[in-house]
Design a protein around this ligand. Sequence first.
Ligand code: XMP
Length: 519
Amino acid sequence: MTSDIHDRLLIVDFGSQVTQLIARRLREASIYCEIHPFQNVTDGFLNDFDPKAVILSGGPASVLDEGSPRAPKAVFTLGVPVLGICYGQQIMMDQLGGKVEAGLEREFGRAFVTASDASLPLLDGWFETGDEQVWMSHGDRVTQLAPGFEVYGTSPNAPYAITADPARNFYAVQFHPEVHHTPNGARLYRNFTDMAGFKGDWTMGAYKDEAIRKIREQVGDEKVICGLSGGVDSSVAAVLIHEAIGDQLTCVFVDTGLMRMSEADEVVGMFRDTYNIPLIHADESDLFLDALAGVSDPEVKRKTIGKLFIDVFEKHAKSVGGARFLAQGTLYPDVIESVSFSGGPSVTIKSHHNVGGLPERMDMALVEPLRELFKDEVRALGRELGLPDSFVGRHPFPGPGLAIRCPGEITREKIEILRKADAVYLDQIRRHGLYDEIWQAFVAILPVRTVGVMGDGRTYDFACALRAVTSVDGMTADYYPFTHEFLGETATRIINEVNGINRVTYDITSKPPGTIEWE
Ligand code: XMP
């Protein structure tokens, strides 16, 4: 689904680690944009996409290398503003008649840019209090500007930090305005899109109306099935689709017996009772827990759960009869194609763990109304749809559920202990007002019993580990720096309130080298 009402900005991706952040900064300014790998940006594509402006991203290649990527020539003849970032600047200079040479050393990190001429509209709001901090990350550098370009800002190591050919509306900077360490960077993007004539009208309200119209168009009077996991993405997708087509939507919530405390009740309460959405609540916990008995290898656990889930989901979905569409909460980061320099674009499309393979098997068409959104935009859409903050702000929860928080063999007893300990831990985090600062927090029950003493008696119970991390996307993460008081109080509460645990540890591993989940 692409936005056909709004002005569109095209980001041509050359493989920078931070290309997604360009899109984030633009979306924050209510600009609709899409990222496409350079290989896919053909003349035909440009014609169809019809961008109102183009940004050329950074990237790891060197323009000096044989066969390194270039921008499609048509980008420079479209007659729309073009902004090159880092590698994007270098290819602009190279392709438009300037010169790029290998730098003597890589420049990486914080730098300060001094204005040579701050009157350029791109620089509105810049240099008002002196030099601007920017983030550099480059090896090669521009040594001769392309005809028509002038210098507007310099840094000690980048004499061409900000360059422009205002007559042609071409702009090129050596640094990365999209990253946090270029504090005024968002303003630069806003100036660029203002100059390109964007209205900045891509709001969540507008997105919602448009998405509803498109769902109606796609689905007609057919039936749609949506798998609910209790997570934010599938919940928002379901409420949106329900707003579009009402009772043509049926949700299926499979309780695997591996959900957190009260989760099943909350989901059923919210969707069936509050929203009146037809909902099949399939309590299949015995099936899953029996299948997992004796399994301790993490991959076998995941595969067992994944396969069973598909079988069970298919059975319940078929019971609806005649549904032609399957709804999924796929997000934009899952569909952006990554750039590879060794051959064609390598497509890294993650399908949701739980429903991977389902659409093909059931021969259903997909409805994916969140395909254009980042996670925080999904949360904003959820609020727009009236979902309560407590639901919209929930921590992510993995498809295999508590199974991957129970290293070693899974038993009903261990899952029950884990569920209780997890509930106490989350209650502690909420009571201390820390929930929203944390990306994900949970307890893992360890496959080890330890000796303890309670009252005058000996105990021989399970040990558990608390996990809490901060992250922006789950790809990298830091452990959360709880105070010792918080940790001590939490350990005491878990041991007092949860039979079966007599030792509590805190996991202080970041990702990498650890992962967020224990399995
Ligand atoms: P890791 O453990 O790989 O997790 O650092 C990164 C993020 O992904 C979640 N996760 C999953 N989500 N199905 C899911 O839907 C899965 O199989 C799965 N494994 C990990 C994890 O909770 C964290 O947010």
